[in-house]
Design a protein around this ligand. Structure first.
Ligand code: B1M
Length: 221
């Protein structure tokens, strides 16, 4: 099988949610020394985008989204060690969670992988995370950056609710707050009072490092 055929089949099988096939094809791709980013950005993510488009058109329903998501997660588990470079020096701690009311975690997990690869210690507190759970985790882990992920327009308002809860707990000055997720924009991040926003995993990593550097420079002057 050629590399192009592997990519095409990963795309096709992710689209129909055939996890065993996606796992087997991803393994083949890895064995053929294909770039993990190629598998991710040229097959897996485009397939989920198409799943979303079909859902919007009414051609797919929640079960189809669910099995495609599971197929993608199976591949992501195989790609994780290749995307995370364990030799990178530690830069800080990043606490990450998907907001209350939202179960989407694939995008968040991808951001986590890239953050780990860039040297962050990532503490992932999962999905449907309530404001008080974020606060307890901040008090426990004392992260440099806190990240909120949301994939629904109906759960994006939880960013503001979380930030207000962090302010009330007196912790706002202790942490950098970043937000992201498919429907989120820089404008929305500004409105809710986040320190940073990123559209995808690699820019999230870059932005987190920039914000951390700015904070450390301000503290040292
Ligand atoms: Co849902 N879903 N879903 N879904 N789902 C979307 C998000 C949707 C856009 C589909 C559509 O209509 N086209 C739509 C949201 C519409 C909206 O509000 N704007 C939608 C809907 C409506 C729903 C339900 C309401 C459906 C229903 O029940 N009627 C329901 C809600 C459940 C809930 O959360 N309460 C629902 C459920 C589900 C499943 C459970 C079936 C499943 C999730 C499985 C899982 O995550 N474990 C699912 C899936 C798979 C999708 C789609 C198809 C794929 C999402 C995904 O993982 N993409 C999605 C369609 C789409 O997004 N086009 C859809 C891959 C991922 C890598 O995405 O956005 O590139 P990507 O991730 C980026 C950025 O978001 C960014 O970096 C990531 C990596 O590069 N990023 C950050 C993410 N977090 C960040 C944090 C940061 C910075 C960047 O800083 C902190």
């Amino acid at each position: 099988m050629t590399n192009e055929e592997i990519l095409q089949q990963i795309y096709d099988e992710t689209l129909v949610g055939n996890k065993p096939a996606v796992v087997e094809l991803t393994t083949r791709g890895i064995e053929a020394k294909m770039d993990p980013n190629t598998l991710l950005f040229e097959a897996l993510i485009p397939a989920l985008e198409e799943v979303g488009a079909r859902f919007e058109r009414g051609d797919f329903f929640v079960p189809e989204m669910l099995i495609s998501g599971r197929a993608m997660t199976g591949a992501l588990e195989l790609l994780r060690p290749l995307l995370v470079d364990s030799g990178t020096a530690k830069v800080g701690t990043f606490l990450m969670g998907t907001v209350q009311g939202d179960v989407h975690d694939i995008g968040k997990n991808l951001v986590n992988i890239m953050l780990e690869g860039a040297g962050f210690d990532v503490i992932d507190i999962g999905v449907q995370v309530r404001p008080e759970t974020f606060i307890a985790a901040i008090e426990e882990h004392k992260p440099d950056v806190v990240g909120f992920s949301a994939f629904l327009t109906t759960t994006m308002p939880m960013f503001k609710a979380n930030i207000e809860a962090i302010e009330r707990a007196g912790l706002r000055d202790d942490v950098i707050i970043m937000v992201g997720g498919a429907p989120v924009t820089q404008e929305y991040a500004d409105v809710v009072g986040a320190d940073g926003y990123a559209a995808d995993a690699s820019s999230a990593t870059k932005r987190a490092k920039e914000l951390l550097l700015q904070r450390r420079t301000m503290v040292s002057v």
